[in-house]
Design a protein around this ligand. Structure first.
Ligand SMILES: Cc1ncc(C[n+]2csc(CCOP(=O)(O)OP(=O)(O)O)c2C)c(N)n1
Ligand SMILES: [Mg+2]
Length: 658
């Protein structure tokens, strides 16, 4: 890339003269009594500045610097080189909330880098930036980076980073930090500096670094990208010193270079273990496949169908990703494990809970453990998360002994496993396997009928039942190339039970770490990625989730991200309603409601939040509150039309608790 002289072309003298003229022009034409200035008929009135452009003294008072000529950089800013490094990787957007600690790279990105690859997107909360990157990856399969103010910005971002960590999603966090105590600005920037900002997120990032030179930055950034993008994927963090960004390149006369990125192949299961697993599966009477984050791509879905059909084995899709078509006759809910003699778990976040259950009904208020599976059931696990375990946060869940354990990537191991199973199925097993298939078709049809009947219950209820909410939405999008980008809150899993999810982008899984506040930003990020594919993005948006950081609605409108958000507005944190009620019952007390529907502290009503107005105020098409189920279909239809025109749209629907 050719490097331009970073000096502005306008001289300081001319610049100051321009400021003086502009200032004079705005003062000589006052508008009397607030009357609007005359404009040509039909033309939009000129937008008046909210304040005069600052003169030198005002600027000095505001920035705290004496009115002294700003010195000009001699040479090329270090952050221009950083932008060169970033541009060698395929990072399309940088959703970020601005801050002085990274002002130099911010300036380089938009001026030197032309605000492309990555394009800076404005977010109003650091958690939104990370949440957007999280959702984006699950559609695009490519990571985003987010710039964030060291210390306070990273503190805001932390929960969303934890979600990405638990959900095995890569993203690159660049935290600005002013490391040099002798040279950093005193006051606020020093409050926002730390010895080691990465410590905040170290327990739930795959890797982090603090480069001290530009060559170091080039290595760190390419390494960070590579580590994040090697399965098991995960977030990475780089602390970026303000001085290093801002100073001209020096590097002791060394020539800087940018290391070439070559993707790493995902870890595959050991050949012996694959053979042993295949032998167990081929000879099983009732094998069951359980998948959580197994399919990283569309090919993963295809491979899982192959394995299931080869064995005619039921598949329990736990929904961490879209692993298996919901329309397939081998698709089953979790109770299918109860009869299994062999269970293979693919990228499970909790194998213990697949074969055990925990009931919150113990005598001392402590849960009771029970068994779901038979005690002699053989367990096989393919799970790359074993390669990513850290000690502090407990995302590795309870310990479960398994018989064949492969710390490997499931999708990458499936081709070898399928071959090995094919080789291990003897001719005399084939008839028995075929018979399993016939029984499965019948069970699938019966299960589907039961689900439909359950969905019809309270169909005409007001507020709207969650099944109706979900199916009225479906009726309006079914002929589009749709993608359900998030479903926050709890709508009794109706989309996964009733929508014909088949493609990998029909369902993206949940937050990973169950930190609420993921749904809104992740759906905006995923919709951003779907925009490039011309797909229609839809989300089921709960009220509690939206209120953590609703500013992401503005980001969607600002950057013209089409998304249909249908609200599951049950006017409360219903999950927690049930917890407090349960404890009140356990203690022989009546939960205090304080005039609301749920126990004190669990409702979001009185006053009721007008989410449609909230969205409208931030540039969305919006409608609501819909309480009558008969009005729902027409409202969603209008919203779909708005989204098709390129706008985000929200329908605020009052719903039953779940
Ligand atoms: C950051 C965070 N705070 C609190 C919780 C506890 N929590 C779990 S579910 C839930 C309720 C969420 O409300 P909403 O999104 O409206 O879903 P609903 O349960 O009403 O369907 C809360 C507060 C959490 N998981 N994460
Ligand atoms: Mg709610």
């Amino acid at each position: 890339m050719s490097r331009k002289d970073p000096r502005p072309e306008v001289s300081r003298r001319k610049f100051l003269a321009g400021v003086a003229v502009a200032g004079a022009a705005t003062t000589v034409a006052p508008v009397a009594n607030g009357a609007t200035p005359a404009t040509a008929p039909g033309a939009a009135p000129a937008r008046r500045p909210s304040a005069l452009p600052p003169n030198m003294h005002v600027a000095a008072a505001e920035t705290g610097t004496p009115p002294k000529e700003l010195s000009r950089i001699k040479g090329t800013p270090g952050s221009d080189f950083m932008v060169d490094v970033i541009k060698t990787l395929d990072i399309k957007y940088a959703p970020s909330n601005c801050a002085s600690s990274f002002r130099a790279i911010h300036e380089s990105m938009i001026n030197y880098g032309g605000n492309k690859m990555p394009e800076y997107l404005t977010v109003t909360h650091e958690e939104s930036g990370v949440g957007m990157a999280h959702g984006y990856f699950k559609i695009a399969g490519k990571p985003l980076m987010t710039l964030c103010h060291g210390t306070v910005g990273l503190q805001h971002a932390a929960m969303a980073v934890y979600n990405a960590w638990c959900d095995r999603v890569p993203l690159i966090i660049i935290g600005g930090n002013d490391l040099d105590a002798a040279h950093r600005p005193p006051g606020v920037p020093t409050f926002h500096s730390a010895q080691d900002i990465n410590a905040l997120v170290r327990d739930f990032t795959k890797w982090d670094d603090t480069p001290v030179g530009l060559q170091h930055f080039a290595q760190s950034f390419v390494r960070a990208y590579k580590i994040a993008m090697t399965p098991p994927y995960g977030p990475v963090a780089i602390s970026l010193d303000a001085g290093l960004q801002q100073e001209p390149m020096k590097n002791n006369g060394e020539k800087l270079y940018i290391p070439r990125y070559v993707p790493s192949s995902p870890p595959q299961g050991d050949t012996g273990a694959v053979k042993e697993a295949a032998r167990l599966l081929a000879n099983a009477e009732r094998p069951v496949i359980v998948a959580d984050r197994a399919a990283r791509t569309e090919n993963g879905v295809r491979l899982l169908v192959q394995l299931a059909e080869l064995l005619q084995a039921p598949v329990v899709d736990q929904g961490g990703r879209m692993n298996f078509p919901k329309t397939h006759y081998l698709s089953r809910p979790l109770p299918a494990v109860s009869n299994a003699d062999v269970i293979i778990g693919l990228e499970l976040s909790d194998f213990w809970a697949v074969v055990n259950a925990w009931i919150d009904n113990g005598e001392h208020g402590i849960g009771i453990n029970t068994t779901r599976a038979k005690p002699d059931t053989k367990l096989i696990s393919i799970n790359s998360s074993e390669l990513l375990t850290k000690a502090n946060y407990q995302d590795f869940q309870r310990f479960q002994s398994v018989d064949v354990s492969m710390p490997a990537d499931a999708e990458a191991t499936l081709p070898a496993l399928i071959e090995a199973v094919r080789a291990a199925i003897s001719n005399d097993r084939k008839a028995a396997i075929e018979k399993r298939g016939e029984a499965a078709r019948k069970a699938f049809a019966e299960q589907r009928e039961r689900t439909k009947q359950a969905a019809a219950l309270a169909w005409d209820a007001s507020p709207v039942s969650t099944a109706r909410l979900v199916m009225e939405t479906w009726a309006q999008i079914k002929d589009l190339d749709w993608s359900l980008v998030a479903s926050s809150g709890n709508v009794s899993n109706w989309p996964n039970r009733l929508w014909p999810m088949e493609k990998h982008y029909h369902w993206l899984g949940a937050s990973g770490g169950y930190g609420v506040g993921y749904g809104a930003p992740a759906s905006v990020g995923a919709a951003l990625a779907n925009r490039d594919f011309g797909r229609f993005s839809v989300s089921i948006q709960s009220d509690g989730d939206l209120m953590y950081a609703p500013g992401v609605l503005w980001t969607a409108a600002k950057h013209k991200i089409p998304l249909l958000a249908v609200m599951h507005n049950n006017r409360g944190y219903h999950q927690e309603v049930m917890h407090v009620q349960r404890l009140s019952n356990f203690r022989n007390r009546v939960a205090s409601l304080g005039g609301d529907m749920g126990p004190v502290g669990t409702s979001i009503e009185n006053p009721d939040i007008e989410y449609h107005k909230l969205a409208e105020s931030m540039g969305w098409w919006a409608k609501g509150p819909i309480k009558d189920p008969a009005e729902l279909g027409p409202a969603i239809k209008q919203a779909v039309a708005a989204v098709k025109s390129g706008q985000p749209a929200l329908v605020n629907v009052w719903t039953q608790p779940r």
